[in-house]
Design a protein around this ligand. Structure first.
Ligand code: ADP
Ligand code: MG
Ligand code: MG
Ligand code: MG
Length: 401
């Protein structure tokens, strides 16, 4: 195709018209740029006559959220399309279908999921998703087990690690999650009302030790192919369907990072409910619902991951060593708790905030949510190396509230 340049809507339509098995020849297509993310262009292209539609996602050579001063590799579009294809094989029905990928344009054409809602938005509006824990635990167990040394040939895995070397996107995580919140960095972005909380982070040695250990694992442990950015803004949902999008941060890293990311965002929702629910009973009800969801998510993940290991484990030594499996699962739980805490803290004092808290209009209510989220996040980080059960995470949230 053509040399890289950001597409305009007319060009996006011209490319869509070449998809002859989607759109009838000569269709009068409509295009809208709908990207609300931080990094990329997203075009929604539809044919009003046939009712057919697709999504085109194009990487920009810089981070949209900061501007052209922050260059960012286009290779992330390849990583995203390859990760979506891999996830689609391992977890059928839980990611959008990829129709095509164009390396020159850094462009992925995929299934339109506009009949779903972004989970972050759905939760703000009080949405209930009874199948979410079931679906996301399947997504996690399948994608993480079968890309780990437990579930795939270890020589093949090393080649896959090479395919998913993603240094620039990993650096964003390393800086924004594990570094900047713990120092007086320019990128930090917090309400002045909680400056005391930010300064406390910069001076909390024991907390910084835990974060340094979590960061070391993020830097060095190629445990499985992660999604790498699994927050509630990367999940499209309805009461009966769950679809994970946006794996441009995919790389081989510690499994707990993906599980912790989801839990972190359910807990920022938890912290925000004092504003979004109209009375205390509704708030407490929604908070209980979120905690049940977190418990189910972990419990189902644990059961499914162990079952895959029993049925499909390829590692003879891991199967033979007494106590290895329990030790492995305990380490996953601890990592999950530590990364959940880290991801909460960065959403309050770091660069990119979450809408459920950042968009609370009343300053006092917003401050309350921020302080609650930080209390939970810091406690989880400090708990991570000693936890033995998901109940301790649940208890941490309950007692902080
Ligand atoms: P970014 O990497 O820039 O965050 P995302 O992949 O998260 O981009 O997409 C940004 C937004 O574009 C999503 O929040 C959603 O509104 C829309 N979007 C992305 N993929 C799809 C899809 N397959 N179907 C419908 N809308 C989509
Ligand atoms: Mg996104
Ligand atoms: Mg988004
Ligand atoms: Mg993204």
């Amino acid at each position: 195709m053509s040399a890289y340049h950001p597409l305009n809507e007319t060009e996006a339509i011209a490319i869509a018209l070449t998809l002859t098995d989607v759109f009838p020849a000569g269709a009068a297509l409509a295009s809208r740029e709908i990207g609300d993310g931080n990094l990329n262009l997203v075009f929604h292209i539809s044919d009003p006559a046939s009712g057919r539609s697709i999504i085109m996602k194009q990487a920009l050579p810089y981070a949209k959220v900061v501007g052209e001063s922050w260059p960012l590799t286009l290779d992330r579009a390849r990583i995203e399309s390859e990760a979506l294809i891999q996830e689609g094989k391992l977890a059928p029905g839980l990611v959008p279908k990829v129709y095509s990928y164009d390396a020159d344009l850094a462009l992925t054409i995929m299934e339109d999921l506009s009949d779903h809602v972004i989970m972050r938005r759905g939760l703000i509006e009080g949405g209930k998703y009874p199948l979410f824990a079931e679906h996301i635990s399947t997504f996690l167990a399948q994608t993480l087990f079968f890309t780990s040394d437990l579930g795939m040939n270890q020589q093949d895995k090393k080649n896959r690690v090479r395919d998913f070397i993603n240094p620039e996107l990993c650096k964003i995580t390393e800086d924004l999650i594990f570094d900047h919140p713990y120092t007086d960095a320019d990128t930090n972005n917090f309400d002045e009302a909680i400056r005391d909380e930010a300064e406390a982070l910069w001076n909390d040695g024991p907390l910084q030790l835990e974060v340094a250990l979590l960061r070391e694992k993020f830097l060095t442990q190629a445990q499985a192919l992660l999604h790498g950015d699994l927050h509630t803004g990367s999940i499209f949902i309805t009461p009966d369907s769950t679809k994970v999008i946006d794996p441009e941060f995919a790389y081989f890293g510690p499994i707990g990072f993906d599980i912790g990311a989801i839990i972190a965002n359910l807990l920022t929702s938890f912290a925000s409910r004092g504003h979004w629910d109209t009375n205390e009973a509704a708030r407490d009800d929604f908070r209980s619902y979120l905690l049940v969801m977190i418990r189910d998510l972990w419990t189902k993940f644990d059961i499914k991951f162990r079952a895959l290991w029993e049925q499909h484990g390829v590692d003879r030594l891991a199967a033979a060593a007494p106590g290895y499996k329990d030790d492995y699962m305990l380490r996953l739980l601890r990592d999950t708790i530590g990364y959940a805490g880290s991801k909460i803290v960065r959403r309050i004092v770091g660069l990119a905030h979450v809408a459920e808290i950042g968009s609370i209009p009343d300053a006092a209510a917003r401050e309350q949510a921020q302080r609650l989220a930080l209390a939970i996040g810091k406690s989880l980080i400090k708990l991570n190396r000693s936890a033995t059960s998901i109940d301790e995470l649940i208890h941490t949230a309950q007692t902080a509230a």
